[in-house]
Design a protein around this ligand. Sequence first.
Ligand code: XLS
Ligand code: CA
Ligand code: CA
Length: 441
Amino acid sequence: MSYFSNVNKIQYEGSKSTNPFAFKFYNPEEKIGEKTMEEILRFGVAYWHTFTEDLSDPFGTGTAIRPWDKYTGMDLAKARVEAAFEFFEKLNVPFFCFHDVDIAPEGDTLKESNENLDTIVAMIKDYMKDSKTKLLWNTVNNFSHPRFVHGAGSASNADVFAYAAAKVKKGLEVGKELGAENYVFWGGREGYETLLNTDMKLEMDNLGRLFHMANDYAKEIGFDAQFLIEPKPKEPTSHQYDFDVASGFAFLQHYGLQDVFKFNIEANHATLAGHTFEHELHYARIHQMLGSVDANQGHPLLGWDTDEFPTDLNMTVLAMYEILKNGGLGRGGLNFDAKVRRGSFTPDDLFHAHIAGMDSFAVGLKVAHRLLEDNVLENIIAERYHSYQEGIGRDIAEGNTTLQKLEEYALGLTEIKNESGKLERIKATINQYLLTTVAGE
Ligand code: XLS
Ligand code: CA
Ligand code: CA
């Protein structure tokens, strides 16, 4: 049984190709520096957006036409697994990611949900034997069901906390069973709407306790995945506890979890937080906390989480620059936490969207690699901060001075000379690298 019988394996055909089912820039075997594109980019397909999502929005029902639509319940879950592995193979993608409820329907009880999961996990494990596609990360959905109306690890109701913890326990077991490289915590409803009824301190302490219990249990069962926390500032709650990397990092340090976790950084969450994607990547990188990436983009005119496929080349260049500076993503990858638009409802659109995202990050990688080879930004930054290389600047940077000494120095200054930041020139240079790379020059 084939779900995408009109599509053959997607091949790299080069930038002149007009075949909509071909990569124009992503050439998995092509070496960029020491490693191949496939090894550096580590693309992953998000199960929820590709196989579970029906493309409904708050104003209308789903529009997606999917070859597995005729099934329901566990038959639907099984059909999606078959379709998923056909899709992974045709797209030639090394990883996928899922939440528990994406792969198997919840039952009437926790026990029944776990049994449904066991059936589908066994099926996935079987498919993985003959597939190159591995599990980049799994997680549990502790936000959709009405029981999580007031949160999960930060719930006001201890029974809900216990239920959420039980789901995390199962999630860790599933991750171990399928050899997940990472395990993600996204605090869907870990936040609050109003302080008028919220004990923020207790909620945050409980979240910290849940993470510690998860780490203890992962150790106990020998599940050695990298734990990742995925910041998001708002939506669904108005105040999420893991607002951005900086606040997430403070949380992790406060609860003694900074050595256990890294960050899974999503582009659309970065922009919702009022940051650029590269800001979040950079902040994580300079603190050795960059773990993995949810590769998508928000809509520039909309203030919510649109999870679009990434096609903005400026963004992919700057993101790949951070990732290369980080020495790659280690056990992480670029997971397409992205969904086709509601108007792009055909199965073919699923391929086109992933091809667009993969090509965009391939371009980003090539351009970022060239920028780094030529030390473009490094030279600009070294030049801009050169005053810290000698004299008073060096004393400041080495922590060798005092307010008194600085006053003495400042009193002796007759003129302060600043230099241009040259921003427009820098942006033009990046454009030049981008355009010449795409043109193959
Ligand atoms: C939602 C999040 C979610 C996480 C995994 O906005 O992006 O999909 O990546 O729970
Ligand atoms: Ca995400
Ligand atoms: Ca999102």
